[in-house]
Design a protein around this ligand. Structure first.
Ligand SMILES: [Zn+2]
Length: 391
């Protein structure tokens, strides 16, 4: 008899992980995400699996965001050696995501251990290393959308990914299996995009299912009309330009950043963008934007066509005033910009990343205290809560 265990993303929105088991399929995991928020080292060292990693036969990954993929190296460290089924887009994004997370973890652990040493506390061993990331990436098995792949012991069960329209490579997972002489279908939505999202295709429609696992992060909210959001962005940019200000956009490196670049590009070509200098201040977002450029053919056809017909056919060149900021020194130097800069930096929730040093520096200066909504209080967290509705 099939069984399903919810191991994360229940009563919370991160740590997506479900254990699904049938005679035919064996034991498979749907996603292997990390819990996010708070101190990264503390949080990671509290993570443990409610199963033996070596007993898992395969992992089906819905998409590359860390709250769905971040614990894959830990799974491998624990002995998992099965296939990681994912889409081609996810297979391209995973190396960037997992290596970046491993690098940050290594750095933070070193810092924490130095603190512990000073206080005479026990040193923490890493729970996984970059070697585990490398092993995990070697287990990836990319599958195209809408291609039913035979899986399981007798090869009678099948796995099909459908475009979820959330980020590059995001998938709705459909598992078809036979039980008591009847074919049954489990559908796992993963994170779903909005119908009107820029660059992304509309989420696919799945015709039937016996059981649906559905994400509900914004289930209690009606999103406002896309045009209103773009109009608000244009208005904020105009006001801030007139006030000789700096615009800082905290943004997620995957998906949201590319969407913002696209909107800024459209405003530019419509003649609605003042001569801002736009800085993408995040090595991870830069790497991901380049991957989006490689994969324009699987993105929304209409939006990709706009990018292709204007400026060298890439998001990187879509906005002529876009500058990539890689080194920390270049990032710090941005603080000297008197005005006229749009800085896009991680993290999207202002809980880490380079956006924090920009917010810290700017709140001590006068010119940043712009009228109305762009006033920045002492607490970046509060600022985010007030204004996150824009993005
Ligand atoms: Zn996601």
């Amino acid at each position: 008899m099939a069984s399903l265990l919810f191991l994360g993303a229940a009563q919370q929105v991160t740590g997506s992980c479900y254990l699904f088991e049938t005679d035919e399929l064996g034991r498979v995991l749907l996603d292997c995400g990390m819990h996010q928020g708070g101190d990264a080292v503390k949080r990671l060292h509290q993570e443990s699996f409610a199963f033996e990693p070596a007993s898992i036969d395969a992992l089906f990954l819905s998409h590359a965001h860390l709250d769905h993929s971040g614990l894959i190296p830990l799974l491998v460290h624990g002995g998992f050696s099965g296939r990681i089924y994912c889409t081609h887009g996810s297979a391209k994004l995973l190396p960037v995501m997992l290596n970046d997370a491993a690098g940050l973890y290594e750095r933070d652990l070193k810092f924490e251990n130095r603190r512990r040493q000073r206080k005479g506390k026990e040193i923490l061993d890493p729970i996984y290393t970059k070697k585990d990331v490398e092993t995990a990436l070697g287990l990836c098995y990319p599958v195209s959308y809408r291609q039913a792949l035979p899986i399981g012991k007798a090869g009678k069960a099948s796995l099909t990914f459908y475009d979820a329209g959330h980020i590059l490579g995001s998938a709705i997972t459909e598992i078809s299996f036979t039980e008591e002489g009847r074919t049954k279908k489990l559908v796992f939505s993963g994170d779903l995009g909005k119908k009107v999202s820029m660059l992304m295709n509309e989420p696919s429609t799945v015709a039937d299912a016996d059981l649906i696992l559905m994400e509900g992060t914004y289930g209690n909210r009606c999103h406002r009309n896309q045009q209103e959001t773009v109009d608000q962005l244009a208005q904020v940019l105009k006001e801030t330009w007139e006030n000789k200000g700096v615009v800082m956009i905290p943004s997620f490196a995957v998906g949201r950043t590319q969407e913002i670049l696209f909107h800024l590009g459209l405003l530019h070509y419509e003649g609605k963008l003042d001569p801002w200098k736009v800085y993408l201040d995040s090595p991870m977002a830069i790497a991901v934007t380049d991957i989006y450029d490689e994969c324009l053919n699987v993105l929304d056809r209409k939006d990709a066509a706009k990018i292709k017909e204007m400026h060298k056919g890439s998001l990187k060149h879509f906005l002529p005033s876009l500058n990539y900021i890689n080194s920390p020194e270049e990032s710090m130097a941005l603080n000297d910009n008197p005005h006229g800069a749009i800085i896009i930096a991680g993290s999207g929730m202002c809980t880490g990343g380079r956006i924090r040093h920009h917010l810290e520096r700017k709140k001590r200066t006068d010119f940043y205290r712009l009228p109305g909504r762009w006033y920045l209080g002492k607490n970046p967290g509060r600022w985010r809560e007030k204004h996150s509705s824009v993005w």
